[in-house]
Design a protein around this ligand. Sequence first.
Ligand code: NI
Length: 173
Amino acid sequence: MALLPIIHAPDPRLKVKSKPVGTVDGEIRKLLDDMLETMHAAPGIGLAAIQVGVAKRVLVIDIAKEGEPRNPLRIINPEIVGLSDHDKVWEEGCLSLPEQYAEVARPEWVDVAYLDENGRRRQLRADGVLAVCLQHEMDHLDGILFVDHLSAVKRSMILRKLVKQKRLAQAAE
Ligand code: NI
C-alpha cells in the first residue's frame, strides 16, 4: 500500500467528471487500498479517486469513529437509485479543502447501487453521516465540491482562503 498525495482546491482536476470503471481488476483494488490508507492517515471519512488525481468513479468511506473498529467501504460506479424528499443540514468538510467547513443541505437518506472490490453488484440504504458522506463523495465524481452547494459569496470566501493557504505553503517550500 502507499500514501497518495491529496489534491487541494482550487485545482482544475477537482472539476473533472470521472469515468466509470470497466473491469474491477487488481489495479482498481490497489487503488482502493491506497485510497483507504491515504484517507485513514489524513484522517478523513471519505475520499474520491479524483482527489488523488485518478478520474475514475471510485471512492472509499469509513465513518467509524476513533477507537471503533475500522469499517471500510470500497465503492465503484455508484448510482443513486432512491432518495428521501426531505433534506437535512450537516456541517461538511473535505480533505481537498483543508480546515474549511460549512453547512450543506442534502436528502436525509439515499439508496445507492454500486460494485464492490470483487465486481459484485451491491445496494445499500444510507442515512445519517453515511448518507452525507456518500453524497459528498459522489459529487466529487461529477466535479462538484461541497462549496458548490453554498451561496456565491460563501464559496468565494472559502476559495480565497484556500488560495492564500496554497501561496503560504508554496512560499514555505
Ligand atoms: Ni470531499
